[in-house]
Design a protein around this ligand. Structure first.
Ligand SMILES: Nc1nc2c(ncn2[C@@H]2O[C@H](COP(=O)(O)OP(=O)(O)OP(=O)(O)O)[C@@H](O)[C@H]2O)c(=O)[nH]1
Ligand SMILES: [Mg+2]
Length: 323
């Protein structure tokens, strides 16, 4: 057993009750940062959540759902993996798109290992080759995860494995299904094998480094993405403006959350709100259910839809929306 304990000389013994940094780990423990990359919609966030065993990143069938590098921590007795789920690497059409790609490149510059997600049910395209090249340029080991394997038969999977094998010098190739959990533990084992011995990087209780506010905004956006088409998914951004506690009748408190949902045009606003506000109400109740589950307490969610004209192309507005 190795042990980490803060240098006692720095502490007054009376403060010992404050120390919550004691961590021990077995010999041979491994830890490191792993980037999860791939083109939009490849199944990166679904795979990340499956490995973490908890939802740290929102998922949707709309491309470019993930807009930040989201860290999720996998804890095992023999190691700890900090997964960094990234936005889908793509040919940018807006300033937002450029910033998302920059986030992927920054993540790639800073990890120990890279996983490239390649969906089993789609042919390898220029987008996949582009991401794969970026991954190999890191000079780190690169593992290919063939995602969504539940969507194809054995024959198709075999063809895919052969095609992927020819793309480069992979450290390993593994077919997975994030939704079914197929080979997800095997992927974790594989990742640990390619990481070096290291003390844990995060406390044993850490699952994600996302703040509650950031996660709340993401849950709202996820609910809003459902059922919208064309350019609208890209145009939606959500910001939590304010959160405060108010006493509840009969004791306890309710958390009041005030969030704004931004779209780029007036016409999009009416689509998001829906007939007689029906759609907005559905978004609100879906998001609220998820927020309550995450926070383990009742919340009141106040959602406003606002227009920030062409925010995806406007540096100032992007800044205000956190990009
Ligand atoms: N059947 C099946 N569907 C999957 C699997 N993994 C992901 N999906 C679906 O594929 C879509 C995209 O999944 P995400 O995990 O959001 O993809 P992503 O790569 O994170 O996408 P971006 O963040 O937009 O780049 C969603 O509708 C998922 O439900 C899988 O293993 N099996
Ligand atoms: Mg994603």
């Amino acid at each position: 057993m190795s042990e980490f304990f803060p240098d006692e000389s720095q502490f007054d013994p009376a403060d010992n009750a404050e120390i919550d940094l004691v961590q021990t780990w077995p010999d041979g423990f491994r830890a490191g940062f792993v980037a999860i990359v791939g083109r939009p919609n490849a199944g990166k966030s679904t795979l990340t959540n499956a490995m973490v065993g908890q939802k740290v990143a929102i998922m949707s069938d709309r491309p470019e759902t993930t807009r930040r590098a989201i860290r999720g921590v996998v804890h095992r007795e023999d190691g700890q993996i900090v997964l960094v789920d990234t936005p889908g690497l793509h040919r940018p059409r807006t300033l937002l798109g450029e910033r998302l790609n920059e986030m992927v490149n920054e993540t790639l510059a800073d990890v120990d290992l890279v996983v490239v997600c390649l969906p089993a049910d789609e042919k390898i395209g220029p987008g996949d080759r582009f991401v794969t090249e970026r991954a190999f340029e890191t000079n780190r080991p690169v593992i290919a995860a063939i995602t969504k394997r539940d969507r194809v038969d054995r024959g198709t999977l075999t063809e895919k494995l052969i095609a992927v094998d020819q793309m480069g010098e992979w450290a390993a190739i593994i077919p997975t299904s994030g939704t079914r959990g197929t080979q997800v533990d095997d992927l974790v084992t594989l990742l640990l094998e390619h990481l070096s011995e290291s003390p844990p990087l995060y406390p044993a209780s850490a699952v994600s480094d996302e703040s509650d506010e950031a996660m709340i905004a993401e849950y709202v956006r996820e609910a809003a993405l459902e059922g919208v088409r064309d350019e609208l998914p890209h145009s939606i951004a959500v910001v939590v403006e304010e959160m405060n506690e108010k006493p509840r009748k009969g004791g306890g408190t309710t958390l009041f959350i005030y969030a704004s949902m931004y779209v780029e045009r007036e016409s999009q606003k009416s689509i998001v709100i829906g007939r007689r506000g029906e759609r907005l109400r559905r978004i609100g109740s879906e998001a609220r259910a998820q927020i309550e589950e995450r926070l383990g307490r009742p919340v009141y969610l106040d959602l406003h839809v606002k227009v920030a004209k062409d925010w995806q192309r406007d540096p100032k507005k992007l800044g205000r929306l956190g990009f």
